[in-house]
Design a protein around this ligand. Sequence first.
Ligand code: TMP
Length: 205
Amino acid sequence: MQTGKFITFEGIEGVGKSTNIAHLTQAIERRGHTVLTTREPGGTPMAERIRELVAEHGDEAMPDIAELLLVFASRALHVNNVIRPALAAGTWVICDRFTDSSRAYQGGGRGLPQEDINLLAKWVHGDLRPDLTILLDAPVETGMSRAGQRGAPDRWELERSEFFMRVRATYLQLAEAEPDRFIIVDATQDLATVQQAIGAIADAL
Ligand code: TMP
């Protein structure tokens, strides 16, 4: 059987990942494929518990290196227990964030070395890399004002706009470095226009 395709969505908070993931999922399902949508950190029961740990803000400090190792620990569970088996069974996997989030947030945002992140990526998921990464891009102010309308902020959402500017800049650098894998969608456009772009991406798959 043919293996499924692995598609990831990336972007800062508030760029509309969830809505657009649902839109792409429907478009691919209409073409007769089975699709699994999942997310990081998380995607398995144990990985979701790690997500809670890493997202909460309690009294104990979270060193950057601990944050990095926790997101990769959750990724190891997710890749081995969910993503690889699904792809092997011919299911398409659409994932809300993957290793580019570590490069953008822990690398760009926190300033951890990209070489170390790439080493962990190699260790945790070897040759597994997304067939396609859709980067929903918007200025930090746009994303933050949309994200601010949601519930209680997690540890990342408490960061200042400079942090998210570094995250966004890193995403754009990653997209520039791998133009064959990334498609950048301008998330400041109205929803209908963004969904049209997503539909065109689905048609080209
Ligand atoms: P989300 O609700 O947009 O999925 O938020 C998850 C948060 O996790 C988001 O602020 C980015 C952060 N994150 C990292 O910092 N590193 C990672 O590797 C992943 C997958 C997420």
